[in-house]
Design a protein around this ligand. Structure first.
Ligand code: ASP
Length: 320
């Protein structure tokens, strides 16, 4: 019997320079703790790692604090395009969708792709059609919009860049991590009692990205990967760099072929390989023994984990 556990993230980024509101920080901590607890409850009832990560990411998508599902960022063209991926470490089956505009919970459609389709990745219209065929009612394209994300787009348009790590315009939010310099992807990885690993990642992408741009999140091996032989990983950060380094798979490969521990492999990828290419962000990972790693090279990462039977452990900043 393995020591079951779930790990989640809600994006990595820079600490807000605006005075932090204790109230907003509390909201993030509460949301992260509640979602870890939901994942722990599934695992405690002998639910699978796949069920635990799917539900945790669905809850993160539903929470407007995070840039996935409701509260997703705007593209340059003023639309929302969402990406998600789910992978089952038991069978190496995966399902993903990219560039969907009317899917309320992209992670659930990714799961349907995994279970009901011979394909791995659906994009755009084909993904929307598949979702409807599977019984997911479409939501209006402005379902995902929030005033905060719209203002963020306006600032990005003014700065003429994608909102990632520019110096930051004045921002009204008092979020602990600066929404203008934060990667808002969400993700979860889990190990169940039977030794199965699973990973899920979901995102609205990056503010002011060009319509049609797809990042690492829905790409198997880049932003999401799970293999019972070694590890489950979900990433958040500069998508293009995570794609070029195949970050999630690279952690698995360093463990499998290089004999590195989870800690060594995940730190090598995040602190060296990603950083050298100018990328920023982080990963969450759990190995088949139940070891957990949450390295990030940004100033903070919304994150949490919990072994079954323990209280959830959550953090935002470094060294907590
Ligand atoms: N990695 C995501 C992307 O490039 C962004 C994020 O992590 O927030 O689409």
């Amino acid at each position: 019997m393995s020591r079951a556990a779930i790990v989640i993230h809600g994006g990595a980024g820079a600490i807000a320079r605006a005075s932090l509101s204790a109230e907003k920080e509390r909201l993030y901590i509460e949301a992260l703790s509640d979602i870890v607890a939901s994942g722990q409850a599934i695992l405690a009832q002998d639910g699978s790692a796949l069920d635990a990560v799917t539900e945790a990411v669905r809850l993160l998508e539903e929470c407007p604090l995070f840039n996935a599902g409701k509260g997703a960022v705007f593209t340059h063209q003023g639309t929302h395009e969402l990406d998600a991926c789910v992978m089952d470490g038991r069978s190496l089956e995966a399902g993903a969708v990219a560039g969907v505009r009317q899917v309320r919970n992209p992670v659930l459609v990714a799961r349907a792709v995994l279970e009901k389709s011979p394909h791995v990745l659906f994009i755009g219209e084909g993904a929307e059609r598949f979702a409807v065929e599977q019984g997911f009612a479409p939501v209006p394209p402005d379902f995902f919009s929030t005033p905060e994300r719209y203002e963020q787009l306006q600032r990005a348009l003014k700065m003429q860049q994608t909102m990632l790590d520019h110096d930051g315009a004045a921002q009204a939010s008092d979020d602990p991590l600066d929404p203008d310099r934060k990667f808002g992807t969400v993700g979860a990885v889990a190990l169940d009692r039977h030794g199965n690993l699973a990973a899920a990642t979901s995102t609205g992408g990056m503010t002011n990205k060009q319509a049609g741009r797809v990042g690492d999140s829905p790409i198997v091996g880049a932003g999401c990967y799970a293999n019972n032989a070694n590890v489950a990983v979900s990433c958040t950060g500069s998508g293009e760099v995570f794609m070029r380094t195949l970050a999630a798979y690279d952690i698995a490969a360093l463990m499998e072929y290089g004999g590195l521990s989870l800690k060594q492999a995940s730190e090598r990828v995040v602190m060296e390989k990603i950083s050298v290419l100018g990328g920023s962000g982080g990963v969450i990972a759990i190995d088949r023994e139940g070891n957990i790693a949450l390295p990030f090279n940004s100033e903070g990462m919304y994150r949490g984990f919990g072994y079954v039977g323990d209280a959830p452990n959550v953090g935002i900043y470094r060294e907590e």
